[in-house]
Write a protein that binds this ligand. Structure first.
Ligand code: PEP
Ligand code: MN
Length: 359
């Protein structure tokens, strides 16, 4: 089955955006039921209740999920509160157990999407079923790997497919836990406009404060759903405590989100996509400049310790020549780049002078 022609019938039953909420991990029956009950009471417009039963952890000896016992709690959440339920599967045994326990929706985690063997095993185990499957982007910024995972499922006859954008890991520390790399998700959306795209601000942000802005940004550029980790007592959560929010905070966040109606002009959405890309590039420019100034500070220390003058004209000449050559190669005006580098260099000299003064 061609991924381009897939129709997600399961998804079409929901008003958009689809909201998925629930704890990172199932911890106990009471934690699950209290979270579900408070989501209901808060009147947050949640359709699917999520909880991880098997947790992929970066390091051993962490909490790796409660296992199959948690499936019975998910079932109780469904019976008592009427939510559809969702959990993460990483192999065929998980799939079988989840199907047996009547879990409505499965998702493939970012650490599993990277592994074609595991994805194929899951696809084979689901072959012939109508299970909705949500595929998170792989941890590394590789669009083909994300699409490949969806194709494996489509080839197994799974048509109720959606994608989850949860950000990408980086070695360098940033303000995000996983940088959004909007470009990749928007490229996905361009290529597969009919596959619903769901944003997971929790794993992008890694904190509570950024969730609303990331969710809003995603809705502005046409995402069809939001998944947010929600816990009855976030600070005490056994995994991802710093990014989870209470059901009441979730309800407030969802109330604040502006949902665009479907007949908003296409122009607006397209303009918003370009703006999102520009903002992300600006953020990267600032981050790079800060890295550059940090290196300048290191140079400043070294020069001070060795009694070398800060301003070295021959070095400045090499830098501008290089920048101008690169500018021309990429089709930008040499004058523009020269002006920018002049400013950067001045700042860099300032940083070094400050170091010298204070040592
Ligand atoms: C999760 O949703 O709790 C999870 C483990 O997510 P990810 O695969 O995006 O890290
Ligand atoms: Mn989590």
């Amino acid at each position: 089955m061609d991924l381009k022609n897939i129709q997600n019938e399961w998804f079409s039953q929901f008003a958009q955006p689809l909201i998925i909420a629930g704890p990172c991990s199932a911890e106990s029956e009471s934690q699950m039921l209290e979270t579900a009950e408070r989501i209901r009471k808060s009147e947050a417009r949640v359709s699917v209740f999520r909880a991880g039963i098997w947790k992929p952890r970066t390091k051993p000896n962490g909490f790796e999920g409660v296992g199959v016992i948690g499936l019975s709690w998910l079932k109780k959440v469904k019976e008592d509160f009427g939510f559809q339920t969702a959990t993460e599967v990483a192999n065929m045994h998980h799939v079988q157990a989840a199907i047996d326990a009547d879990v409505d929706v499965l998702w493939i985690g970012a650490r599993t999407t990277v592994n074609p063997f595991a994805v194929q095993e899951i696809a084979n185990a689901l072959s012939g079923t109508r299970k909705p499957v949500l595929v998170k982007n792989p941890v590394n910024p590789d669009l083909a790997l994300w699409i490949g995972a969806l194709e494996r499922l489509a080839n197994a006859g799974i048509t109720n497919l959606a994608a989850i954008h949860r950000g990408f890991s980086t070695y360098r520390k940033t303000n995000y836990r996983n940088v959004p790399n909007w470009q990749i998700a928007l490229d996905f959306k361009n290529q597969y406009p009919d596959i619903p795209l769901i944003v997971d601000p929790s794993h992008i942000c890694g904190n509570r404060t950024g969730l609303e802005a990331v969710a809003q940004e995603a809705l502005n550029v046409g995402y069809e759903g939001v998944m947010i980790e929600t816990h009855c007592n976030p600070d005490a959560a056994w995994s991802d405590a710093s990014q989870q929010i209470t059901p009441e905070v979730l309800a407030e966040l969802l109330r604040n989100l502006q949902v665009r109606n479907n007949d908003a002009p296409v122009f607006d959405e397209e303009l918003e996509r370009y703006r999102t890309l520009i903002s992300e590039l600006d953020y990267q420019l600032i981050d790079l400049l800060s890295q550059r100034m940090n290196v300048s500070a290191q140079i400043g220390k070294l020069k001070t310790d060795h009694n070398v003058t800060i301003f070295q004209p021959e070095r400045w000449k090499i830098i501008t020549e290089y920048a101008v050559r690169k500018a021309e190669e990429t089709g930008m005006s040499a004058d523009f780049i020269e002006r920018i580098f002049k400013t950067i260099h001045e700042q860099s000299v300032d940083v070094q002078n400050n170091i010298m003064r204070t040592r």
